[in-house]
Design a protein around this ligand. Structure first.
Ligand code: NAP
Length: 264
């Protein structure tokens, strides 16, 4: 169902690892030209090479993935990344605002710097990326913006992640007003809300965290990056062209039961 993705120009922030890398793989395998960003150049170059090789082995062959160094918390960097992507691909059709960080910090000890870091990357990074991409997405005629939000914040809470939850709920508030500002240009903006997805970042939270999470998921497993990529591809497809300002929870049912006992 993702035929319309072929040939599209796509930017995935934070596409060098985890969910973003999975989203980039999904788009490249479907024939898109993809730019991924992140701050660490070594992992970025390696990811681009690996994803391009994997896409080339698809039948029919997929698109190319390239890496550009970018820091979403820096407005000038976001503008430079968009300009370079447009220069490379001749335009920009899809922007995935995915870069995010999730360091734990209980409120009693949270420093202003810790709060600023999370909001600057997760929330202001979304603003800066979308603002920079707006002219090119308007030019595209079928611009698509896909946010990687979370269940944490918009639906659930987690002690130690109040700043993170606020940033992820903030993305959805941003989305609803942005959708109205962009609708006349035919640009849609939607958000995927992942549950617990196996990534490098999630792995850093430790084995106990992963085991207890798995036990609370009705479908019995943590999510894969491909599970999130499929949702992003859907929002980017022509078939989803009449959907804007909406959210799609991809969590294996995790937010449904009232308690572990409720899972039966
Ligand atoms: P991850 O494995 O830690 O990957 C994060 C990616 O973002 C990396 O490519 C990282 O590259 C990049 N990044 C971080 N800060 C950046 C910045 N300032 N500018 C540009 N790139 C930056 O994390 P993940 O688990 O895939 O999470 C990705 C997104 O999904 C985040 O928005 C997160 O909130 C959301 N999410 C994840 C889960 C989950 O279970 N994994 C659940 C819900 C939502 P560099 O470090 O090199 O910059």
């Amino acid at each position: 169902m993702f035929e319309s993705i072929s040939g599209r120009s796509v930017l995935v922030t934070g596409g060098t690892k985890g969910i973003g890398k999975g989203i980039a793989a999904g788009f490249a395998n479907a024939g898109a030209q993809v730019v991924i960003t992140g701050r660490d150049e070594a992992s970025g170059e390696q990811a681009a090479e690996q994803l391009t090789a994997a896409a080339a082995s698809m039948i029919p062959a997929g698109g190319k993935v390239s890496y550009l160094r970018g820091d979403v918390s820096d407005q000038a960097s976001c503008a430079a990344v968009v300009e370079a992507t447009v220069g490379k691909h001749g335009g920009l059709d899809v922007v995935c605002c995915n870069a995010g960080i999730f360091p734990a910090s209980p409120l009693a000890d949270m420093t202003p710097a810790e709060l600023d870091d999370v909001l600057a990357t997760n929330l202001k990074g979304t603003f800066f990326t979308v603002q920079a991409a707006l002219p090119a997405l308007t030019e595209s005629g079928h611009g698509r913006i896909i946010l990687t939000s979370s269940i944490t914040g918009p639906i659930t809470g987690y002690a130690g992640w109040s700043h993170y939850g606020a940033s992820k709920a903030g993305q959805l508030g941003f989305m609803r007003s942005a959708a109205l500002e962009f609708a006349k240009a035919g640009i849609t903006i939607n958000a995927v809300m992942p549950g617990n997805i196996i990534t490098e970042g999630l792995g850093d939270l430790g084995a106990d965290y992963l085991t207890s999470m798995e036990a609370s998921i009705p479908l019995g497993r943590l999510g894969s990056v491909a599970d999130i990529a499929n949702a992003a591809l859907f929002f980017a497809s022509d078939e989803a062209g009449y959907i804007t300002a909406q959210t799609l929870v991809v969590d294996g049912g995790q937010t449904v039961p009232e308690s572990l006992q409720a899972m039966g």
